[in-house]
Structure formats: structure tokens, C-alpha cells
Design a protein around this ligand. Structure first.
Ligand code: SF4
Length: 94
């Protein structure tokens, strides 16, 4: 089975989510987006997460989803591209 990465707004079970309807601010990557703009976007998302009433529920959901979570969840970046690169690097080194 191929894992399907989930964005936080794919989950209806995070009531009060401050990010609801405000994607793609929390997306991990946007095609063609320069790195500095991506960093600034994630900084804005993290600031909103820090005041979100659903923060603890979101953190718990991200922990359960583990590698299926993608984008910013509870102020933390879940980046499948970085995980893939890391896995490739580990395989190449062994
Ligand atoms: S903590 Fe952040 S990612 Fe999680 S529901 Fe709130 S705004 Fe969305």
C-alpha cells in the first residue's frame, strides 16, 4: 500500500483549527516556491499554530499519523521530501 500524505486540513477531527480553510500556508512544498518564501510562509503558519485552540489535539493527531502527516502540524514541519532524501542518503551510505 502506498502511503498518502495528509495535510492538517484533511482531518475534520481537529475542531477549532485556526488553519481551516487557510491552506496552502501550512503545505510542506508549493511547486516553484523559492526556499526563502517557503521559510517565511512556514514561519507565519507556526505563529498561528502557537495561538491555535486545537494545538494539543493537532499535536496528538500528528503523532498518531507519524510519516503520513505532511506540512505544518502543531507548529512542526512534517516533510516527506526531506524524509525521502534522508532515507536515500542512508541507503547510499550502507
Ligand atoms: S495547531 Fe496549527 S496545524 Fe494544528 S490545527 Fe492549529 S493551526 Fe492547524
Amino acid at each position: 500500500m502506498i502511503p498518502i500524505p495528509l495535510r492538517v486540513d484533511d482531518l475534520p477531527a481537529v475542531p477549532g483549527a485556526a488553519c481551516a480553510g487557510r491552506q496552502p500556508l501550512w503545505d510542506d512544498h508549493i511547486h516553484g516556491e523559492p526556499d526563502d518564501q517557503r521559510e517565511a510562509r512556514h514561519h507565519r503558519a507556526r505563529a498561528i499554530c502557537s495561538r491555535c485552540p486545537a494545538l494539543e489535539n493537532c499535536r496528538s493527531a500528528a503523532a498518531v499519523l507519524d510519516r503520513f502527516a505532511t506540512g505544518i502540524w502543531a507548529g512542526e514541519l512534517h516533510d516527506p521530501h526531506a524524509r525521502r532524501k534522508s532515507a536515500d542518503h542512508t541507503r547510499a551510505a550502507s
